[in-house]
Design a protein around this ligand. Structure first.
Ligand code: PMP
Length: 353
């Protein structure tokens, strides 16, 4: 049996795959494959409608929020956010590679500053803001740093709009959605498959969109056109819907959070109690979604990778600029798989050398 701990595209639950497979052959007994469903039909309208409702229900969104299902991944939103919302200048928290990418792209559209950074401790912690942000248009954070394994466990609450790239911890816990002007995420980790993204955006904030940018790049236009600006990634959006149905059936985000805490606790405990392994992030800021660690003796890296692979554990290579190992614990990862990994870590730790 394989245990895929990949960081994304990531594993979804087997029952989600079963439904997706069936939809490819015959979508809800229409005689059509989901791949040939035309987007301007009641069939697709129903998919978008249910997906929107489920997102609102899972996150308990009120009427102040719009939900968008858009093509492309999070990187596109690095562009759109800056393009739509930088008027004077934007503030970015620098907590890892993805936050830096978002910041660098923002500079292509306007002025932006890094207002807090944990670069000087190699992103082992979540930076804290110590300056007044009132001159900025928005504050951008990466809620979970997929590359280094840190996560915001509470969010900055200032007076300016807060925007979060939640690509790697979306739908992993309940949040107060009213704390955010905009949340966006690529779908391929905790929502569905690659090719689509989810955006939750505040209606008041939307009114601040630049009007001089092309229609296709304006979030407003995506709202006005109910996420259909051109042929959408129908299968990817349907995958999000099926996965959200699964999350709801499992007990919603409270349940996902309990599971995430249990899985992460088990793995961090095993690593902290081993002789050979060390966790990358400092304790207070450790991610419940991506556990990054390395061997104290780097010469044992390949040997553990091989040992793990023999035990069916795959896709645990660390992010390319960080190295070591990374185990992703998204919603569909079973506790039993994490237990198996912990047993393998403990067994490797006890091999006489
Ligand atoms: N943000 C974060 C936090 C990510 O982990 C990733 C991808 N790993 C991205 C953005 C980029 O996402 P995409 O490939 O969907 O553009």
């Amino acid at each position: 049996m394989l245990h895929n701990f990949g960081s994304g595209p990531a594993k979804l639950h087997k029952s989600v795959y079963d439904q997706l497979a069936q939809s490819l052959i015959d979508y809800e007994q229409t005689g059509l494959s989901i791949l040939e469903v035309y987007h301007r039909t009641t069939l697709f309208e129903a998919i978008l409608e249910e997906a929107t409702q489920l997102c609102k229900e899972l996150y308990q969104l009120d009427a102040s929020k719009e939900v968008l299902f858009m093509p492309n991944g999070a990187t596109w939103h690095f562009n759109l956010i800056a393009q739509n919302f930088i008027h004077t200048k934007a503030a970015y928290i620098h907590s890892g590679n993805w936050s830096k990418k978002a910041y660098d792209i923002a500079l292509e559209y306007g002025k932006a500053d890094i207002v807090a950074s944990s670069e000087n401790n190699h992103f082992k912690s979540i930076p804290v803001i110590e300056q007044d942000l009132s001159a900025y248009d928005y504050l951008h954070i990466t809620s979970n740093n997929t590359d280094v394994g840190t996560q915001f466990h509470s969010y900055p609450n200032g007076s300016i709009p807060l925007i979060a790239d939640m690509s790697s911890d979306i739908f992993s816990k309940p949040i107060d959605s009213n704390a955010f002007a905009c949340i966006y995420a690529g779908a391929q980790k905790n929502i569905g498959i690659a090719g689509a993204s989810l955006v939750i955006i505040d209606k008041d904030f939307l009114s601040k969109t630049h009007k001089h940018i092309p229609n296709y790049y304006q979030y407003n236009q995506w709202v006005n056109n109910k996420s259909i600006m051109n042929t959408p990634p129908i299968f990817a959006i349907y995958a999000m819907l099926v996965n959200m149905r699964w999350m709801k059936a499992m007990g919603g985000l409270e349940h996902m959070h309990i599971q995430a805490k249990e899985k992460a606790k088990l793995l961090y405990h095993t690593l902290d109690n081993s002789h050979l392994f060390e966790v990358y992030a400092r304790k207070e800021d450790r991610s419940l979604m991506n556990v990054c660690f390395s061997m104290k003796e780097t010469s044992l890296h390949n040997s553990f990778m091989h040992f793990a692979k023999e035990a069916g554990i795959i896709q645990i290579e660390g992010y390319r600029t960080v190295g070591g190992f990374r185990v992703s614990l998204y919603n569909a990862i079973e506790l039993a798989s994490v237990q198996h990994l912990c047993d393998v870590i403990a067994a490797f730790d006890h091999i006489p050398r």
